[in-house]
Design a protein. Structure first.
Length: 239
């Protein structure tokens, strides 16, 4: 799905707002919602981990939550043309809550200091690659395609290793995962920059722009969370 799927409208000059202001508003909305999503996930994960009964029930329903997460992401992407911006936002926040419950296990598996250190390391890496994606003039489409193919391979290998339990394979998956999500971060930020330019030029109408911002936030949220998990598996101190 591309931004040209939407009818063009002079959104950049809506209500007399200058074009640059509309572009900045789109970018702020993307990163703002990504931050909100990460905060919601962190709070939910900590709350679930602090309640043993809730944690046990959550781990019993782990597979169900993972399936629901896939359904929400795929459904949100597929239905974005038909739903409202409010519905897209609600779907994103619901996903953040689900993912928080799913990730509550990390507070039992890793030391809190290690989780915090990995979070800050992820933030720095994510920020650096996002900056590269924003300022580079090179087309990163090829990198994005390569990373996406690598991601499919990592997912398949991860599923196989769930039954094989090979520590060497797990290490390789984590290393490849870091490289893949580092590349995807730069690629996705470049895509969001292109969307912002389209919003500024009036190629995306106001309502569609709000929905694209939520999709952009979800994309960056997934990049950040997966990069965090891969780094945690590599460098995190287990309890």
């Amino acid at each position: 799905m591309g931004y040209n799927d939407y009818d063009r409208a002079p959104a950049a000059f809506e209500a007399g707002r200058p074009a640059a202001s509309v572009q900045a508003g789109f970018i702020n909305r993307v990163f703002g919602w990504m931050t909100v999503g990460l905060a919601v996930t962190g709070v939910v994960a900590a709350l679930v981990a602090s309640n043993r009964d809730m944690l046990v029930r959550t781990q019993q329903m782990f597979l169900l939550f993972v399936i629901l997460e896939f359904v929400v992401v795929i459904g949100l992407s597929a239905a974005i043309n038909r739903i409202s911006a409010a519905a897209a936002t609600a779907g994103f926040l619901f996903f953040a809550v689900l993912n928080g419950a799913t990730l509550s296990w990390i507070f039992l598996a890793y030391e809190p200091q290690s989780i915090a250190a990995t979070f800050f390391a992820t933030s720095g890496t994510f920020g650096a690659m996002g900056l590269i994606g924003w300022i580079t003039r090179r087309d990163l489409s090829g990198l994005g395609g390569l990373c996406f193919m690598g991601l499919i391979g990592v997912i398949i290998a991860s599923v196989v290793n769930m039954f094989w339990f090979n520590s060497t394979v797990s290490l390789v998956i984590s290393i490849l995962g870091v490289l893949i999500f580092v590349g995807l971060t730069a690629y996705d930020v470049q895509k969001i920059k292109q969307m912002a330019i389209a919003v500024e030029d009036g190629e995306i109408e106001a309502e569609a722009g709000r929905k694209f911002a939520i999709l952009g936030a979800l994309t960056l949220y997934l990049d950040f969370i997966n990069l965090f998990l891969m780094l945690l598996r590599l460098f995190g101190n287990r309890r």
